[in-house]
Design a protein around this ligand. Structure first.
Ligand code: ZN
Length: 378
């Protein structure tokens, strides 16, 4: 079946299985096959599934803070031989993935910040005059593993694998958004030990938050004011303005374009947005999904080449999607890709002004960042 814009559909297949503690695991295969697949059983004695922590309101800022004390015990930089994201190649060393091989897998994090299961009441709140009581940190935290190869890197994966990753992003966004307790779905990837990655195996995450996170709330408020004043979508007009000015545009595809935002706050930062108004990854059609993986890899490649003398740059990449609730029309899908690396061996620390006051100071200019990201393209 062809989509309206003529793209061919994803040729893969999804198989849903269950882990020993009841968490679901989804195998996304690059290509569909006949017959049963991924029938291996999780043999670990895991006990009960993880449960939700709690949310407390910071009454001074109005922001919810997630208290997830159980995450202190999570796996931290295991040796390659103990990697929980590998396939279970040796039955004596079962991992999070029961089968002997896979293309892409998605499962609920064993040490989640948000979980659907609530155990007991949230802790007693402060006096009511100071705001609402604590609430359980319900939601979902998915891990998406991009390859069974521990040493692989997203930039080097084949095109058909990127297509599968995009499919997993889109399908999980749709499924998690359908949960009425979910306010927003955030698809993201942290790469590089420098920024606190606890597992080096190539993977990303999906957080389904029970409340709209602070950055989104701020963006939605700005978009609301803009719509009241102009009748237009703020993010759509930002993209149009960047494409018209061209000064900070890094690349233009058929369905997506990338630009450095006018007020970039990180030493390396680029945004990627679809040309069509869509709220989230789930709303992308086949032609858009087919193009996205290649453009994403190209941006990562350029970020990796950004600083002379090194070929890997730690990065954070996050898909900002529209909230699921009544403000959905104010949001618009876009990717924010950035690095804290100012120069080889030098990280930008979020010091007094940024951490204490949220007042950002960028030591370079967005125009210089754009020049460099164009220069290192091929
Ligand atoms: Zn691994």
């Amino acid at each position: 079946m062809q989509s309206e814009s003529g793209g061919s559909p994803w040729p893969g297949q999804v198989t849903v299985r269950e882990l020993a503690d009841g968490r679901e695991i989804r195998y996304f295969d690059d290509r569909a096959t006949d017959g049963p697949v991924h029938e291996a059983v999780d043999t670990r004695p895991l006990g009960e599934p993880p449960h939700a922590g709690e949310l407390r309101l910071d009454v001074l800022t109005g922001e919810w803070v997630t208290i997830a004390g159980h995450r202190m015990n999570r796996t931290f930089l295991p040796s390659a031989a103990d990697c929980p994201l590998d396939a279970t190649r040796d039955p004596a060393r079962p991992t999070e993935v029961p089968d002997v091989d896979y293309d892409v897998v998605v499962f609920a994090n064993r040490f989640p910040s948000y979980a659907p299961l609530v155990v007991g009441p949230a802790s007693a709140g402060h006096p009511e005059v100071l705001g609402p009581p604590d609430r359980p940190a319900t939601g979902h935290c998915d891990v998406i593993v991009f390859s069974s190869d521990h040493q692989a890197s997203v930039v080097d994966l084949p095109a058909e694998r990127l297509r599968t990753i995009v499919e997993a992003w889109a399908q999980r966004t749709a499924e998690l958004s359908a949960d009425p307790t979910v306010a927003e779905v955030f698809v993201f990837e942290n790469s590089g030990e420098e920024i606190g990655v606890t597992l080096s195996h190539p993977h990303g995450q999906v957080y389904a938050y029970p409340v709209v996170p602070p950055r989104s709330a701020q963006l939605i408020e700005r978009a609301r004011q803009y719509r009241a004043a102009t009748g237009s979508n703020l993010l759509a007009d930002v993209l149009a303005a960047e494409l018209a000015e061209r000064r900070r545009v890094v690349l233009r595809g058929e369905h997506f374009s990338a630009y450095v935002p006018r007020a970039a706050r990180w030493p390396v930062e680029v945004h990627l947005a679809p040309h069509r108004d869509v709220p989230d990854l789930a709303a992308l059609d086949d032609a858009e999904r087919n193009e996205l993986g290649g453009i994403y890899q190209e941006l990562l490649r350029r970020v990796n080449r950004f600083h002379p003398g090194i070929d890997r740059v730690p990065y954070i990449s996050g898909w900002h999607q529209a909230p699921t609730g009544e403000d959905r029309k104010l949001g618009r899908l876009h990717l924010q890709l950035f690095s804290l690396l100012r120069a080889p061996g030098k990280l930008k620390y979020l010091a007094g002004s940024e951490s204490g006051m949220g007042a950002w100071i960028n030591d370079t200019t967005p125009e210089r960042i754009a020049d460099r990201l164009r220069e290192v393209g091929v």
